[in-house]
Design a protein around this ligand. Sequence first.
Ligand SMILES: [Zn+2]
Length: 277
Amino acid sequence: MSAAIPAWLIVAGPSTPVAIGLATVMAAAAWSKGSLRPSGAIAATVVGSIALRAGATWGGFLIVWFAWVTVGSRLGRARKAVRTAGVVAKGGQRDAIQVMANGGIFAVAATLTLLRCDLAAEAALWGTAALIAAGADTMATEIGTWIGGVPRSVRTGRPVPTGTSGAVSVAGSVSMVGSALVLTAVAVGFGLVPAPRWWIVAVAAVFGAVVDTVAGALVQQRRWCPSCDTATEQARHACGTNTQHRGGWRWLGNDAVNLLCTASAAFLAWGLASLMA
Ligand SMILES: [Zn+2]
């Protein structure tokens, strides 16, 4: 890996106070629109400030990424809320842990760029792959629960309630791959990823989202509501009953699986880039 500073790094981001100011305004807007909880807005301000400070390419890409997943979560919102009401652990409002599970690795990569010029090109590749994996996984869930019909569990092959982790539908899978490709094109457009290396980022992002689905099906904890006789991810079901552990690893919830998704994408992108170097 050459230590030369990539040309795109010359496109400097705003100064630190301006970066924090911009990130705060955007996070506050997302909070007031109901996309983030207060803790999620604070975490998003941190991630956004670091990205903007790292450069216009990082900040610009993060803003487009956020717009993309926000549109995805708003499509058919009422219908999705009804279809997944008794299943998903958390609603559409992201808290700090969810924001960090999705954007934490991207923020680490952006920080590394600020500290180590010689690692900047590599960090851009794996950091971007991680964020795109989170976006692809989010879109698979959002579009899948909206128009995807009854999903099937990867573990059993049987139909499961809409919103269940580790379940797939055709619409969700198409959205996952489509989102990975669109977001990769955006990253190339911003100059965050060199055009000849687009496939590394796209393949790694899809891999991360697949790992998310498989881990969600095989090892994520599964819970059961004895009153309603139904599967759920809620510790206390929508009906008010405390749910029972039914399988999977008790400590492995949806947030940890999302972190695994972004980490696997980053790891594969790093590995592929190292092999190709
Ligand atoms: Zn219940």
